[in-house]
Ligand binder design. Structure first.
Ligand code: HEC
Ligand code: HEC
Length: 362
């Protein structure tokens, strides 16, 4: 937390700080916790109400006009995100599946919701979703605000209705001042719950990885092996065809054939568009913080990054809708180690500073 708030210049090595609280903010808890204020002065300003800065080499965080940032809104969103009472059995919060210890993705096991049923898809990471063009593996939600209705009303996740959740939060007296601070009056509506959580989600950031510091001019931030891996990633491997931009995703959809050999394969993007050409297409995921969120792919079927590379070396897994941009390549052991080392350089900072609330409104 201290690191992000004090601002971490590119190139500065990261220590695990003891998390002592600077005196100028000791009195109360303030977002932006996941943000990247560039300078101490900016950090101080941000506690006065400025939004967190985007990590270097990202565009500014796109705060929607109808849901502008405020520290009170982000803080309310953080508390709601971690509050199990938003679910039918009081136990399944957003964080229950989007585990802060795993870059807000699912942990080792598959997620289960209020009815104990296993999720069909892996819980994706929430880092840098602020820049997402659509949400879910199949892109069926257009915005973070819109996405929230999904888990809250799904019988397999939180098992509520929009009315029931607003009513349930509305009778918890301790929430009234938080809604007042965030929205100007204490009325609790589903729309406000969604807006607050979405605001918090836009502060779940990852940046300042070794790769970012390299990009910012510190040529020693990557090892020779990582530079060779980057070169393969961009050129021969053609990975950047899909994993492009600061978040290593073009936010489009592609079919690698993962899970397509099952009896009833997940239709993926076809679910959202009802187009046959979208069968088995899934959203290109970010490649940041991979180390924190194994296993991989929409169905969690691939345990290690080395096995992910095997799939690409084969040119994807055969199925009638396989992406035509994938072609087999020869992957020698040295290249494999280079690419794995490069992927490791994408592990960043920001999200680690976000902590669950120590108490919840009563
Ligand atoms: C029971 C587990 C579970 C709970 C609870 C849950 N999620 Fe999810 N979340 C998932 C899974 C699984 C997916 C992927 C589903 C899909 O793509 O169809 C997902 C997808 C998402 C995405 C899309 C990310 C992307 O890369 O497109 C966002 C954003 C998200 N969840 C936020 C939330 C929020 C906010 C809450 C609480 C209101 C929440 N989730 C509660 C399991 C869960
Ligand atoms: C045609 C677009 C495309 C290309 C090219 C591509 N990828 Fe992917 N990548 C995807 C999609 C789509 C997924 C998710 C597929 C799924 O879940 O079924 C993915 C998943 C991954 C994952 C797992 C991430 C996670 O969160 O589970 C890694 C790692 C990865 N790709 C690395 C690479 C590397 C390395 C290359 C180059 C050798 C590459 N990709 C080339 C589209 C692409």
């Amino acid at each position: 937390m201290v690191i992000a708030l004090l601002g971490l210049a590119p190139g500065v090595a990261v220590r695990n700080s003891g998390c002592s609280v600077p005196s100028w903010r000791a009195s109360h808890y303030v977002i932006p916790i996941g943000g990247f204020p560039a300078k101490a002065a900016e950090a101080r300003a941000s506690t006065a109400g400025n939004p967190p800065s985007a990590p270097a080499d990202f565009p500014p965080i796109p705060w929607p006009a109808d849901n502008p940032y405020s520290p009170a809104r982000a803080e309310l969103g953080r508390i709601l995100f971690f509050d199990g009472r938003l679910s039918a059995n009081d136990a399944v919060s957003c964080a229950f599946c989007h585990d802060p210890a795993h870059a807000f993705a699912g942990g080792g096991a598959f997620s289960v919701g209020v009815n104990g049923k296993r999720e069909a898809r892996r819980t994706p990471t929430l880092i840098n979703r602020a820049w997402g063009r659509s949400q879910f593996w199949d892109g069926r939600a257009a915005s973070l605000e819109e996405q929230i209705i999904g888990p809250i009303t799904s019988p397999d996740e939180m098992g509520m209705t929009t009315e029931a959740v607003a009513k349930k939060v509305g009778v918890i007296k301790g929430y009234a001042p938080l809604f007042m601070a965030a929205f100007g009056d204490s009325a609790v509506t589903f729309d406000r719950i969604a807006k607050a959580i979405a605001t918090f989600e836009r502060t779940i950031l990852s940046g300042n990885s070794a790769y970012d510091r390299y990009l910012a001019g510190d040529k020693s931030a990557l090892t020779k092996q990582q530079k060779d891996g980057l070169d393969f990633f961009e050129k021969k491997g053609e990975c950047a065809e899909c994993h492009s931009g600061p978040n290593f995703s073009n936010e489009k959809f592609a079919n690698l054939g993962v899970g397509m050999d099952r009896a009833n394969p997940d239709p993926g993007r076809e679910d959202a568009t009802h187009k046959r050409s979208d069968t088995g297409r899934f959203k290109v995921p970010t490649l940041r913080d991979l180390a924190s969120r194994a296993p991989y792919m929409h169905d969690g079927s691939v345990k290690t990054l080395a096995e992910v590379l095997d799939i690409y070396a084969k040119g994807g897994l055969p199925n009638p809708h396989l992406d035509t941009r994938l072609a087999p390549f020869y992957l020698d052991e040295e290249t494999r180690r280079d690419v794995l080392a490069f992927l490791d350089s994408l592990n960043g900072q920001g999200w680690q500073n976000i902590k669950p609330p120590t108490t919840f409104p009563q």
